[in-house]
Design a protein around this ligand. Structure first.
Ligand code: SF4
Length: 328
């Protein structure tokens, strides 16, 4: 039996709560357990508002978790402070959907990209200058781009700058949050190809967050599906796209005709909107929209459990079982 590799990052019961209206607590991330293995790209998918961006930000403590732990190389990141936290955090970087908002318009690209090398890695200015040129070449902008300022670039080029800045401190793990969803389709493919090359060349581990299953299919090794702050399915990319085991994943996949396998695959309309995270439904939180729901689903919350090797599902009646006509 082949031993399972140790995860690079391990989340245990990670929770993020916000203050909602009328003093209500909104649990945006609900006690998530998740392992991300070195060198893999994990695609995190789900509807807008499901908590996937909040989870990605919490993993880097851009948003502070309310409870739970994030284990990275034997350290619980949620407990780190001061210099140890800053040094550790340099290993963990983020590519944002809109990098322009975080690029100082008065600084040159070379200064913007050099800053984390100087601050987080303590490089000399001469070394940083050379490394910036190499990095700008690597992301396809060319080293001469370093003398220019952010407003001189197109959307796709700005995302390349965002990627260069995220890679500047030589991280081991990157969260890419909808990195191509604001770009034209033709540019999306270029940026995805760039990310794929960088992952391979640098041995990066990545959490790739997207609502677009077509994009995720190109880049992810495994897929995690999120619904109302919970992970409801984790599977290899091939298993997931061959047929999700959770009814929500089944509906998501069916809404993308070119990805739904055969043209005979039924299109499944999800009933209603995503419920209010401040007052999630009882039992299985998906029961209000699930076409397979039975009485048990309304009262008993399913646990995330392994239903076949490498596949975990949070459902009393995973589709693998339903299709065989048996209940769990
Ligand atoms: Fe649907 Fe029930 Fe499974 Fe929830 S537990 S996804 S309601 S079948």
């Amino acid at each position: 039996m082949i031993a399972k590799p140790a995860p690079l990052l391990q989340l245990e019961k990670l929770r993020v709560e916000f203050h909602g209206t009328a003093g209500r607590r909104v649990r945006a991330v609900r006690d998530v357990d998740l392992e991300i293995y070195e060198g893999e790209t994990l695609g995190l998918v789900g509807e807008s508002g499901c908590g996937k961006s909040t989870l990605g930000r919490a993993m880097l403590r851009i948003t502070e978790p309310t409870a739970g732990s994030i284990n990275y190389l034997g350290l619980d990141i949620t407990r780190l402070r001061g210099t140890v936290f800053r040094r550790t955090r340099a290993d963990l970087q983020m590519v944002f959907q809109d990098p322009f908002g975080s690029l100082n318009p008065r600084r040159t690209i070379a200064d913007i990209v050099a800053e984390p090398m100087l601050r987080a890695r303590g490089m000399s200015r001469a070394d940083a200058q050379k490394a910036v040129g190499d990095l700008l070449d690597q992301v396809g902008l060319g080293r001469e781009a370093g003398a220019r300022r952010p407003h001189e670039f197109s959307g796709g080029q700005r995302q390349r700058i965002g990627i260069a800045r995220a890679l500047a401190p030589s991280p081991r793990f990157v969260v890419a949050d909808e990195p191509v969803s604001a770009l034209d389709v033709s540019i999306q493919a270029q940026v995805i190809n760039l990310l794929t090359d960088l992952i391979r060349e640098r041995g990066l581990t990545m959490l790739f967050i997207s609502h677009d299953l077509g994009v995720v299919r190109h880049i992810a090794d495994r897929i995690a599906v999120m619904y109302l702050g919970e992970i409801i399915e984790i599977a290899s990319r091939d298993d997931f796209f061959a047929g999700p085991a959770h009814p929500y994943g089944e509906a998501l996949l069916s809404s993308v005709p070119t990805l739904g396998g055969t043209s005979a695959r039924e299109r499944i309309e999800l009933a209603g909107e995503l419920p209010d995270p401040a007052s999630p439904p009882s039992g299985c939180t998906f029961h209000t929209r699930c076409r397979y729901a039975v009485d048990r689903c309304r009262v008993e919350a399913p646990a995330l459990r392994e239903v076949e090797p490498g596949r975990q599902v949070r459902c009393h009646l995973p589709l693998l079982t339903v299709s065989k006509g048996a209940a769990a």
